[in-house]
Design a protein. Sequence first.
Lengths: 212, 616
Amino acid sequence: MNENNIAVRLFFSKTGRAKYISALDLITCFQRAIRRTDIPIWHTQGFNPHTYVNVNLPLSLGSEGINESMDIKLTEQIDFDAVRDMLNAVLPPDIRIIRVALPVKKHTEIEKSVYSVNIVCDYDKFEEFMKLPSVEVEKKTKKGITTLDIKPFTEIKDYERGHFTLIMPSGCDFTLNPSLFFDAFEKFSGEETERLDIVRTGILCKDGTQFE
Amino acid sequence: MLKEKLDKILLKVQKPSRYIGGEVNAVVKDKSKVDIRFAFCFPDTYDIGMSHLGIKILYSLKNSIPNYWCERVFMPLPDMEEQMRKNDIPLYGLESLDPIKDFEFIGFTLQYELCYTNILSMLDLAGVPVYSKDRKDLFPIVMGGGPCVCNAEPIADFFDLFVLGEGEEVNLKMMQLAEKFKKNGGTKQEYLEQAAQIEGIYVPSLYDISYNEDGTVKAITPKNGAPAKVKKQIIDDFDKVYTPDSFVVPYTQIVHDRSVVEVLRGCIRGCRFCQAGFIYRPFREKSKETIVNQVKSLTETTGYDEVSLSSLSTSDYSDIEGLLNDITEYTDKKGVNLSLPSLRIDKFSDEVVKKIKSVRRSGLTFAPEAGSQRLRDVINKNITEEAIFKSCKIAFEGGYSSVKLYFMLGLPTETLDDIKAIKELADKIIDLYYNTEGRSKKAISISISLSTFIPKPFTPFEYEPQATEEQINERQKYLLDIIGSKGRRRIDVSWSHYDTTILEAVLARGDRKLSAVIYEAWKNGCKLDGWNEYFKPEIWDAAFEKFGIDKAFYANRKREYDEIAPWEHMDMLFDRSFLVRENIKAHEEKTTANCREKCAGCGINKCLGRACFKYE
């Protein structure tokens, strides 16, 4: 890799219709968007060079995110606001670059995700569910399906009748998809949840600070 | 707007991004400023429909008119359809997420016969009656376009009107008339009668069809001023034909995930089995400059890293080498891959071959269609063994070790000797491989793909019977026997199912009596007939039986030259007598030169008012 490359972090939101774009398709989407601009982008070297982009922490299908990030490399210095504007001009309407900055943290420092949740359901049942001492779920691993109690890893804050903050692990070594929690609730209540909106609002590092 | 309802179901279906729109370059307009809304329906899945060039052209064209809004609609797969029905979500446009039953037009592109039940599914899912006679209001007008319109009789009862030929101009006229009706009022019947006066528009309800006792057509009688013949529309100045400068770029991977530039329309070859080779006449091409500019603008607006040239036979572009030079000058610089499906590499210099990356990547494919030169003469397929060998040699020297060959079984006059020649051709290619210096060290692999010949309207073979299931089975078995189990280690053979081919054959040359059968089959659960996993032949058979219709009458019967075809009122601008002449020549095993060499006298030049080519 050329030493003169500039690693740059794009912070973006992925909302509305874009929440149905899978993590893999999101990469293709960014690669194509960059190709529609004149941004001096670094390409991977080798037999089949391609536009380099790296998602720091994939967002699960169906969740929105307002503080997502992706890394690219520039081959020459250009104004970061110009990068933001050029990309916003060619990205789909529901993906917006919020800011472009030099990376502060490494993605290996990521430990948890913070979600803002809005659930429409039988609230009495949900509150009962939240008080359970343990929440056993089946989790697919390389070794097969295992049972896991996710309760110790699930933190709920600022609960107010269906609206709350949910913090769950999402690091390199250990990740829990928030849907595990809500699937377990559906199983517990025995009925389909009327409505569920999950928005990832932030990503926390091991030292407790925001990933930036 | 159905967004909220959709949010409830989309995580329960496979690949939800294809059901929600919002892609780059999708056109979203302010509803209050729109007069005519058009639902452009592709009666197959998103992945297939989004790969189709025609929909991209007409989508952009319609949306280029400020007060018209065209949206895309595709056939949902069963998991999505089930969720939609369970949650009362009618079929919607991907741009607005509004139900299409409230649009002025619901338009289908008719690319192949096996999508007919999908049309009924989509209309029903939209909440619109499937029979034209049951839709009493002026709007929505259900229309169809595309190649199958050359014989749309089997689905005539479901449509209000069809557009015959190239839709670029006539579509707009049809929408302008609707705009007038929307402003001034009028009934559906009045609209259809006036629309029938626009050249290229076919209103099936304005034609009475009577039948002879033997089931053949007796007469086709126009009424209420409809023209006796519906004239196919063509764009004469093809270099100036409307071409979109951007494509909707999907999120999810689709079948052809790249930009596509059409380089020419029509075909000079005149292969006698090929419907496209006749119905897309005359041959017209774009200039090099236009094509290169379109490659550039599409690359820039889509961000695709691959561009493909499209036509029936790109090798026949008059200055193909110059064109490829000009394009690669740009694509190499941009790091864009140029892909050329079905290009004949024997015509090019090594230098050009090297430039075409995809030729190296996508393997070596030939479509000799028939094994023997005799049968290739019958079908007027102008590929010779020498040309195949020459291309193979170039490719083998370049490190290739696999070859794919396409053949048809059941061609007119075919005998077991012709089948034997398929095996012999494969053997010769194997010998050539092992005698090529500098070949790869891998063992050669040859794959032979056998499809069943389906006679299509507006070809010289429209009079021919399709081979029966017994005949096809016999020929397949014979080929497998002579290749032997040992031979099949090197030669892989695959073939199509007769069930689907006979259905396609029936629908291709069918008449209006089949509408009832299609309806019955759909009502009992048939849809996605082109997909093996969803095709239900026994339901189709029950539907044919219910109406006392014999498939063999449509598929396996020889027609006399003077029989009135169900599509007799369609004028494809060339002379029907030309098809008869070509049919006679086929049985005499005589070939016809390609159009650039010598005019075959099909009569299409009359519509141009000039010769198709400048002959020396």
